[in-house]
Design a protein around this ligand. Structure first.
Ligand code: MG
Length: 404
């Protein structure tokens, strides 16, 4: 049937204005004109904090700040993303200026394999996120709707940053529960294993059974910077996993080094608790390996590490097919988190979003302060999907100090 005839038969031919996609197809397609990275002003300091996984490296936590990438088009619509490396802008411009941001898959493939960006996964992810933001804005839909919505909100878990005394963590847990949070993640970095266990015992006793406790040993950084904290051996991982399981802990994250595939597989065989990991695994093939070897029950890809939007959605499909939960790593606490939030909104096997939140020094609102319309964790512990087009958040442009 000819298209005009079909439209007439269905009655659609009388109102083509109702179909923006048709209008777009007939008009000039958007073309990328420029890429910039904005530096965002900080709005204040909230105090020094040492991350549990990096003892001795306390640094000042700030409200706002950071950088934002923006891709511009010839139709006045732009897309935003986490800040890419400024040194990579010209390389990306050479590839992307003049291109259609709807050609996301094709362009991201080219970025990875022909533009020297294979060694800079983060920059490719930033380009993908910004281009998808443009697509959502052209379509007038939030990305989770565009990709196929599965839920309107997701439970947020408070991901703790610092290593505190067991007593302090128990107090924090009670406070979070009172605020509405449904779960929290606690770092297991005490020199003595018994202090890790005592921490979870006190927290479990303080919050009762109707609150999820996740745990993270951060033992996987064998390929990253030197991590001067406690290094676990297999026995500590095994004993800890078994003790945590007795206290109904949801998962144990990164109990062994990232590429200790034999050890992780054996640990998973010998324990009942869910093992989680994957935040610094690069590329889809590593997740294929993780699944094949049965290393983790819960996959935690990170958008700025694992091949961006395309990569994360592929890992999610792999996880779904293999009965794994896929609960991404936090995404950096600003636009990466927002991009992942939209993906989570389309995944039936992702019941949580990781929100880095260790108040009062490092609440999640620090990072979200660059937005005019930041999502919030509500009184029941949920974060709603942003409803604006694209990523659904706007940066406060008054905070831009300079652009490259
Ligand atoms: Mg982790």
């Amino acid at each position: 049937m000819k298209r005009r005839k079909f439209l007439t038969n269905t009655g659609l031919g009388f109102a083509p204005i109702m179909f923006p996609a048709l209008a777009l197809a007939q008009n000039q397609r958007p073309r990328i004109t420029d890429i910039k990275v904005h530096r965002m002003r900080t709005l204040g300091e909230t105090g020094m904090m040492e991350s549990a996984w990096a003892p001795g490296r306390a640094y000042m936590r700030r409200i706002g700040g950071g950088t934002v990438t923006e891709i511009f088009t010839d139709q006045g619509i732009s897309g935003i993303a986490p800040g890419m490396n400024v040194s990579g802008i010209n390389r990306m411009k050479q590839l992307l200026v003049g291109q259609d941001p709807f050609d996301n898959e094709s362009l991201s493939h080219q970025m990875r394999y022909t533009n020297g960006a294979a060694s800079n996964w983060r920059d490719v992810a930033c380009m993908e996120i910004a281009m998808w933001d443009i697509v959502g804005k052209v379509a007038g839909q939030p990305l989770y709707k565009l990709w196929g919505a599965q839920k309107e909100k997701v439970a947020a878990y408070a991901s703790m940053i610092q290593l505190s005394t067991p007593e302090e963590r128990a107090e924090t847990a009670v406070r979070l529960k009172e605020e509405g949070w449904q779960g929290m993640k606690i770092r297991l970095h005490h020199l003595e294993q018994k202090e890790d266990i005592r921490t979870i015992e006190l927290v479990r006793n303080a919050v009762g059974d109707d609150f999820e406790i996740m745990t993270d040993a951060n033992q996987a950084q064998s390929s990253g910077i030197w991590q001067p904290g406690i290094q676990w051996d297999y026995k500590r991982a095994l004993d800890t996993a078994r003790a945590l399981n007795e206290m109904d802990v949801y998962w144990l994250e990164e109990p062994l080094r990232r590429y200790d595939y034999e050890g992780l597989a054996e640990l998973n065989r010998q324990t009942d608790i869910s093992l989680a990991g994957g935040e610094n695994n690069q590329g889809i093939q590593e997740f294929v390996d993780i699944i094949k070897r049965k290393l983790y029950d819960i996959l935690q890809p990170e958008i700025l590490v694992t091949e961006g939007v395309q990569g994360l959605r592929t890992v999610a499909a792999l996880g779904l097919a293999h009965h794994k939960q896929v609960i991404p790593h936090h995404g950096g606490g600003q636009l990466g988190t927002i991009a992942q939030l939209h993906m989570i909104g389309t995944w039936p096997h992702c019941p949580w979003v990781e929100i880095m939140n260790d108040p009062p020094i490092s609440p999640y609102t620090n990072g979200f302060a660059i937005f005019e319309n930041a999502p919030e964790v509500d009184a029941e512990g949920f974060m709603a999907m942003p409803q604006g087009p694209g990523l659904g958040v706007n940066i406060n442009r008054e905070l831009i100090t300079d652009s490259s």
